[in-house]
Design a protein around this ligand. Structure first.
Ligand code: NAI
Length: 462
């Protein structure tokens, strides 16, 4: 049988398997779901397309989905984030995966297309940033002669459309059929969730979606504590630069910005923050960071990190003013936070994979990480397993909910109920020796909650 995967080197599988074994010990939420649902197999019949960074942690997610009965095909949602040994281990285990660290954009969309190619077609999507959802919905519109969608499709638009046209030519009617077969999507990240709400607002979301990002045990942990560990890891692996004493600017003080500022501050950098939202600006100030505009510090800072999920945050005019050897990187989902395209006609010197030195007209040089793509996954290995276990436990619960009860949902964007959020947290306490205090019945009555939770009202913000 022809091989049904694209990985860098299948020989890396045994190394991947050893790291998977270690990761499992740090992913108690996923392992508990295997215990709880391994026999009943609630995902039997689900054919899940996954589009999410193909890392060791994701490999544990994939094997959990399979153990719960699903058929799975996988692509990475970023050209630089794949860990080739993780992909090899998954391919060697018999799950089709299409992901190579450093794949081209054309390959990226081709691999995503391949991850949809179940013999009987897919019926579920597990997305990170919305590319898999976009592929089906934009494709269906193009098939119907209407090639715009209510979400920005980035600078990659031409590549995406070329891939869609290829699929349309090979399998006429494929997009409409696939769109009709999808029962639901679970979405991992802030940027993908924005896309889903926009699609729904414009009447273009045909199936229910679960916003995994806004589970408390996702955004308040992965986005924050995850970035706290992985941002500096990425900068160090890329540059080996001394961070203590340096001035670092973090653009955006949402969940990712909070973790990023803490990461840099923990390394001894003097951190400054830029924000547009007065609430987040005040939070940054009261956390002890100077809140500035980029223009105030662009000539003096040493490190610049974007965390906004917004576009054109660091622009060409900023980069031209930076001091020699300033380090610039992004940890938000897409590369459009930094105007990398405007640097194309400058002199680039590649230092090593995902690290480039770019010469400005003034003669000053800038170190750009991962070509502006999310650097914690491009230059390092992303968040540690433990925090990803919380995120991915939410993902699996969302897939079970949509697969087993999807028919009860209208098209729209939903969040998992609070009791499940609390369950995800609970599953992670034992591993780090956390002892919970139990409410007494009278105490529970006094604050108006049940003894076993939920412990907070929906509007509580953590
Ligand atoms: P968020 O919405 O909590 O925070 C973004 C912040 O940026 C907001 O406070 C907003 O006011 C601010 N902002 C927007 N435009 C700005 C501008 N022009 N200048 C300064 N600040 C600006 O979003 P969250 O959850 O922090 O996510 C941010 C990005 O990171 C998203 O693209 C998300 O998908 C991505 N992400 C990346 C992860 C990684 O491992 N690399 C992990 C989780 C999320």
């Amino acid at each position: 049988m022809a091989k049904d995967y694209v990985v860098k080197d299948i020989e890396l599988a045994s190394f991947g398997r050893k790291e998977l074994d270690i990761a499992e010990t740090e992913m108690p939420g996923l392992m508990a779901l295997r215990e709880e649902y391994g026999e009943s197999k609630p995902l039997k019949g689900a054919r899940i397309v996954g589009s999410l960074h193909m890392t060791i942690q994701t490999a544990v997610l994939i094997e959990t989905l399979v153990e719960l009965g699903a058929d799975v095909r996988w692509a990475s949602c970023n050209i630089f984030s794949t860990q080739d040994h993780a992909a090899a281990a998954i391919a060697a285990g018999g799950t089709p995966v299409f992901a190579v660290k450093g794949q081209s954009l054309e390959e990226h969309w081709d691999y995503l297309d391949k991850s949809f190619m179940f013999p009987d077609g897919p019926n579920m999507i597990l997305d990170d940033g919305g590319d898999a959802t976009l592929y089906v919905l934009l494709g269906a519109r193009m098939e119907a002669g209407e090639d715009v969608l209510a979400v920005p499709t980035s600078e990659e638009e031409e590549v995406i459309k070329a891939q869609i046209k290829k699929r349309m030519a090979e399998t006429p009617g494929w997009f409409a059929k696939t769109k009709a077969a999808i029962k639901g999507v679970s979405e991992e990240t802030t940027t993908g969730v924005h896309r889903l709400y926009d699609l729904h607002k414009n009447g273009q979301l045909p199936f229910p979606a679960i916003n995994v990002n806004d589970s408390v045990t996702k955004s308040k942990f992965d986005n924050k504590y995850g970035c706290k560990e992985s941002l500096v890891d990425g900068i160090r692996r890329a540059t080996d630069t001394m961070l203590a004493g340096k001035v670092a600017v973090v653009c955006g003080y949402g969940d990712v910005g909070k973790g990023s500022a803490a990461s840099l501050s923990g390394a001894g950098a003097r951190v400054k923050v830029t924000e547009v939202d007065p609430i987040c600006a005040l939070q940054a100030a009261m956390d002890g960071y100077e809140v500035v505009t980029l223009e105030d510090v662009v000539q003096t800072a040493d490190v610049f990190i974007t965390t906004t999920g917004n576009k054109d945050v660091i622009r060409i005019e900023h980069m031209r003013e930076m001091k020699d050897m300033a380090i610039v990187g992004n940890i938000g989902h897409f590369d459009n936070e930094i105007q990398v395209a405007a640097l194309k006609n400058h002199k680039w010197t590649n230092i090593k994979d995902q690290v480039d030195m770019i010469e400005m007209p003034s003669g000053n040089r800038m170190i750009l990480l991962s070509e502006g793509r999310l650097l914690n996954l491009g230059n390092a290995t992303g968040h540690p397993s433990f925090v990803m276990s919380a995120s991915f436990t939410n993902q699996v619960l969302a897939q079970i909910e949509l697969w087993t009860k999807g028919d009860e949902y209208q098209p729209g964007v939903y969040i998992l109920p609070k009791h499940l959020d609390e369950k995800v947290a609970r599953l992670h306490l034992g591993r780090i020796g956390v002892k919970l205090t139990e409410l007494k019945k009278e105490q529970a009555d006094y604050i108006g909650v049940a003894v076993d939770g939920p412990f907070k009202p929906e509007h509580y913000r953590y």
